[in-house]
Design a protein around this ligand. Structure first.
Ligand code: FE2
Length: 406
């Protein structure tokens, strides 16, 4: 039966934690609070070490509104700095990636070395009276830590370690990431008209695999698909037991039975969702990492990386690129369909046509259960001190989120 406007507004008759108020995706105050309470304090995936292998190699990116630089310093360490000159604040590096012996600001040619020390002030004698000198004008360093080749950064100098934050969250990817040296062979980015949480939800909930033409036949129809258990970790991360996907079920596609990435078996699918906005997906021969950067409540940058084994043969690399791109390239089946899905949600949320999002699927913690999404929102509630069901007032800090369903 269709519903009246009043009925459409009513709180869904589901247990606590099984729906969200759609304003969490659109309210500018919530967006700003997320920047302050989550992104300013949480470890953020920045890049893979293979993107900055040599001294002076750097990647630039934005995080929590800060322009940042991740760079390989001259002592071999990966460091991160705020990409802002200590003089008149100009962004120093514009290119998304490059190599630099020194980081020189184009405005007045102040320069910094790869450890963030200020090494040149143009006509420095003019600052002697005021006490400005190289020794007190270094760049602002940002914490950077590496795990399994993944570089994470944190703007909060008092936050706990990356190891404490990840916990066991990468256990299903430790062999994949840690056995051979990997390298990024694919990078693309999409600015989508959707909230950052919608993207991460779509990575987390597998119920939407019904929407993917390929997944219906290669995954959902496979024996054991609905039996896999979710495993929830502390801090809002989650993973799912593996599945042997049947790629040959899709016309024209081949098995993924050879040259698998380390630790993976024929057709094997693994996924881990790291709170708040990074997902790793392995499909036997191919590995994808995606991470988002919120731009506005309804606008999100998502960066996609594909990784292969460093030094592998051109034939193996071509195979891996093909398998990667079939699903996850700019014209791949999954990524483009996922962008369509989240933009459709955003279109209905934007002006409050939609009031609630339902996250109420329960399948005993298996496959298409929404428990991992509910776990995400328990962590969101803990950090935001706002209830995603009712964002209008602050709540007492809830206890640490659940630590696993198995
Ligand atoms: Fe999807």
């Amino acid at each position: 039966m269709s519903r009246t406007a009043q009925e459409w507004e009513e709180r869904p008759a589901v247990p606590e934690g099984h729906f969200v108020d759609s304003r969490i995706y659109t309210d500018p105050l919530i967006f700003n609070e997320e920047t302050q309470k989550i992104f300013n304090k949480t470890w953020k995936f920045a890049c893979h070490v293979s993107e900055i292998p040599e001294i002076g190699d750097y990647r630039t990116f934005d995080h929590a509104g800060y322009p940042l630089i991740a760079i390989r310093s001259d002592d071999g360490e990966v460091r991160c700095f705020v990409n802002s000159c200590s003089h008149r604040s100009s962004v120093i590096l514009d290119a998304p990636a490059g190599t630099a012996k020194n980081l020189t600001c184009p405005f007045h040619l102040w320069s910094y070395d790869t450890r963030g020390n200020c090494v040149h002030i143009t006509r420095p004698e003019g600052y002697e009276e005021a006490g400005i000198c190289k020794a007190n004008r270094g760049l602002r360093q940002v914490r950077a830590e590496t795990m399994l080749g993944l570089v994470f950064v944190n703007l909060d100098d008092s936050a706990g370690s990356l190891a404490d934050y990840i916990g066991d969250g990468l256990e299903t990817f430790s062999e994949i990431l840690g056995t051979h040296e990997l390298e990024v062979f694919h990078y693309h980015r999409v600015v989508m008209s959707a909230n950052w949480k919608q993207w991460h939800e779509t990575n987390m909930e597998l119920y939407h695999e019904w929407g993917h033409v390929v997944n219906r036949t290669t995954s959902v129809a496979v024996k054991g698909y609905h039996d896999r258990m979710w495993k929830l970790y502390t801090n809002g991360h989650g993973t799912l037991e593996p599945l042997a996907v049947q790629y040959k079920n899709y016309p024209g596609w081949e098995d993924r039975a050879q040259k698998m990435l380390p630790g993976l078996t024929e057709g094997e699918f693994r996924v881990v969702d790291l709170f708040p906005n990074t997902t790793l997906i392995a499909r036997s021969t191919a590995l994808r990492i995606d991470t988002s950067t919120p731009i506005a409540p309804g606008k999100t940058l998502v960066e996609y990386r594909g990784l292969g084994i460093k030094g592998e043969s051109p034939e193996d690399r071509a195979m891996r690129q093909k398998h990667h791109n079939q699903f996850w390239g700019p014209l791949g089946r999954n990524v483009s369909e996922d962008v369509l899905f989240v933009e459709k949600v955003e279109r209905a949320n934007r002006h409050r046509a939609a009031k609630h999002g339902i996250i109420a699927r329960r399948e005993g913690g298996r496959g298409q259960d929404d428990e991992v999404v509910r776990s995400f929102y328990r962590e969101w509630k803990r950090q935001m001190r706002r209830d995603p069901e009712d964002i209008t007032q602050l709540v007492d800090a809830p206890s640490i989120s659940a630590t696993g369903s198995n």
